[in-house]
Design a protein around this ligand. Structure first.
Ligand SMILES: [Zn+2]
Length: 247
């Protein structure tokens, strides 16, 4: 067990251990890592048993905590080589994410996660399609992930392109999948891509519609959600503040 490791015996680790001891201590401790000063490898990857103990709500809470560490400048001191080695023989990710390709919104970084913690499917405008649904079904039904998180972000170029009716090669078809969100967004002010408040309102609506589409187009995931095995959730990441706002 991670807490038996001699390299953990720093005051920081002991405080954190006692703080977490009431709930999902072992798994949570492993997920957030321990001994940031030692950078020890013992908690470099989740085991299946640790992952399986977590509930969907535990997992959402851990992602929120990770984003808090990121946006407050207190992220873990990641030993990526240790994580790579610890996860090489098998992966037990807690969640599957659908996020935008935007270079400023890498989920693993902004939620302070490790190699092996999440599946992350990325496409401009974070819209679903049959291949992504298949990936999510693999992640949840076969691999054991318990959260599907669709995360949009502020100032999204794909959203702006959909608002502007931009046309370019295959991008035209991708933006067409976002346009229902433009039409469905209730907004009294200026409905242009120059109005960031409108752009962000459409991005939020786009996440809501994508979640509804996932439920509608994947009976596998909808069934798992109905039985309580997984949660399907949405979030918006602010490029300006570094905060992930979970719906
Ligand atoms: Zn984007």
């Amino acid at each position: 067990m991670p807490t038996q490791c001699a390299t953990c015996q720093s005051p920081d680790t002991l405080d954190r251990r006692s703080f977490l001891s009431a709930s999902t201590a072992m798994a949570a401790l492993a997920l957030v890592g321990t001994g940031t000063q030692s950078g020890s490898a013992h908690a470099a990857a989740l085991t299946q048993a640790q992952r399986d103990k977590l509930t969907p709500d535990d997992i959402l809470a851990l992602m929120k905590k990770g984003n808090k560490r990121f946006n407050s400048g207190r992220r873990e001191d990641h030993n990526y080589l240790a994580q790579q080695r610890a996860s090489a023989a098998g992966q037990y990710p807690i969640a599957v994410l659908l996020t935008c390709i935007d270079s400023r919104a890498p989920a693993e970084t902004i939620m302070d996660l490790r190699i092996g913690d999440i599946f992350n499917s990325r496409v401009a405008g974070n819209v679903e399609n049959p291949d992504i649904l298949g990936s999510m079904e693999f992640a949840c039904k076969l691999s054991g992930a318990k959260v599907v998180l669709v995360m949009g972000h502020t100032s999204c170029g794909a959203i702006k392109g959909a608002i502007d009716n931009a046309e370019l090669g295959n991008l035209t078809g991708l933006l067409a999948k976002i346009k229902p969100a433009v039409a469905a967004t209730t907004y009294a002010g200026e409905r242009t891509s120059k109005n960031y408040a409108f752009v962000d309102a459409v991005a939020r609506k786009n996440v809501e519609i994508t979640i509804a589409d996932i439920r509608k187009n994947s009976p596998v995931l909808a069934g798992m959600e109905s039985s309580g095995a997984i949660k399907i959730a949405g979030a918006m990441y602010s490029l300006q503040t570094g905060v992930v706002d979970f719906f």
